[in-house]
Design a protein around this ligand. Structure first.
Ligand SMILES: CSC[C@H]1O[C@H](OP(=O)(O)O)[C@H](O)[C@@H]1O
Length: 356
């Protein structure tokens, strides 16, 4: 990631960890499909472009798609007709809401932007207030990540450095900056409490191999990349003490939807007496859903798992099943960390201790 340029949202953390830039007239997104081969920034001036970037995974990661969608709403106000601005911004919100179904951060951000829209008196008012609201969502997410890292370290109460294992990419790329689960990894490294982080490659989009490995190598954090299927053997060796993952939606009972493969890791962790931690901002918690059974799970085109690096490896016409998230039941989770606080053994209380 490159450094912020003038006119972009000002952050308190290291600006190198920012992959979404607000330019006032456009949002810039570091195209995650092209990493690590190329650091290519997309400049997007309308909500339709943002919706497409989310759908096509140019930007991905639950908090990052919420932040991007918020900027999309702000752009819709800028491009709206003076007489029909409310309708046009509402339509943009609807369009953004159908870009991806599982990460609730998207709907949370759009609801918040819709609330601001309801208070606007004119298009001019909407242009400035919606931009301010999107920047606030971005800044708050970054601040939440920093807070969660501190809370997680406190809860881990480590006496000596340990190794951890993570899945997918939950770093600066997936968030407003710094990262959720990967923010905890960064903090462990900073406090000299990290021996090594094992990064699952995360088929089929390879967020672990392409994005997590890129972020960590870039920041000199000791990382070992492994095939997803190696996680059991790694845990069996006994070096890994924690599995640390992010989340796309957390139901009221503490069940967690996250990248496909997470549930399997939780089962393995319990078998090997490895602790299992979920790290996500409170915007990922959906108290309207009683359990993980109610979480909509995105299924993407089966062709995504029939190829590797753009080259088809499966036979033509094979039937392929490609759910991109799974649900880990609360009883397999030791800790859920949000910026509001930590829930220990969520199967006992669900997320209720942190709700309003
Ligand atoms: C920091 S949340 C990241 C979250 O997003 C991932 O999904 P995707 O790459 O499909 O957007 C995954 O579930 C991660 O835990």
């Amino acid at each position: 990631m490159s450094r912020q340029s003038p006119g972009t949202v000002q952050q308190k953390a290291d600006p190198d960890t920012v992959a979404i830039r607000w330019l006032g007239y456009a949002v810039q997104l570091l195209d995650q499909r092209r990493l690590p081969a190329e650091e290519h920034w997309l400049t997007i001036e309308g909500a339709a472009g943002v919706a497409q970037a989310i759908r096509d995974m140019a930007v991905r990661g639950a908090p990052a798609i919420g932040i991007s969608a918020a900027y999309g709403v702000a752009l819709a106000a800028r491009g709206a007709d003076a007489d029909n601005w409310q309708r046009e911004v509402r339509d943009a919100i609807d369009q953004l809401a159908v870009s991806r179904p599982t990460a609730v951060n998207l709907f949370w951000a759009l609801d918040r932007m819709g609330g601001v829209l309801d208070q606007c008196q004119s298009r001019k008012d909407a242009v400035s207030r919606l931009a301010e609201a999107a920047v606030a969502i971005h800044r708050e997410d970054l601040a939440a990540n920093m807070a969660m890292a501190d809370l997680a370290l406190e809860a881990m109460a480590l006496e000596k450095p340990c190794s951890v294992l993570t899945h997918c990419n939950t770093g600066a790329l997936a968030t407003g900056g710094y990262g959720t689960a990967l923010g905890v990894v960064r903090k462990l490294h900073e406090k000299r409490l990290l021996k090594r982080v094992y990064a699952d490659e995360t088929r089929p989009w390879l967020q672990g191999a392409r994005l997590t490995a890129w972020e960590l190598v870039r920041d000199d954090i000791p990382v070992t990349l492994n095939a997803d299927g190696a996680a059991a053997a790694i845990m069996a060796k006994g070096d890994v003490k924690w599995v640390i993952v992010g989340a796309d939606r957390i139901a009221a009972n503490g069940d967690v939807a996250n990248k496909i493969g997470t549930y399997g890791l939780a089962v393995l962790a319990r078998h090997h007496k490895v602790k299992f931690m979920v790290v996500a901002p409170y915007s990922t918690v959906d108290m309207s859903l009683a359990s993980g059974r109610d979480i909509p799970i995105e299924e993407r085109d089966g062709d995504e798992i029939c190829q590797v690096g753009g080259i088809r490896v499966a036979p033509e016409h094979v039937n392929a099943f490609n759910p991109v998230f799974d649900v880990t039941p609360a009883d397999l989770i030791d800790l859920i960390v949000t910026e509001r606080g930590v829930v220990h053994t969520p199967e006992m209380t669900g997320m209720h201790p942190l709700s309003d």
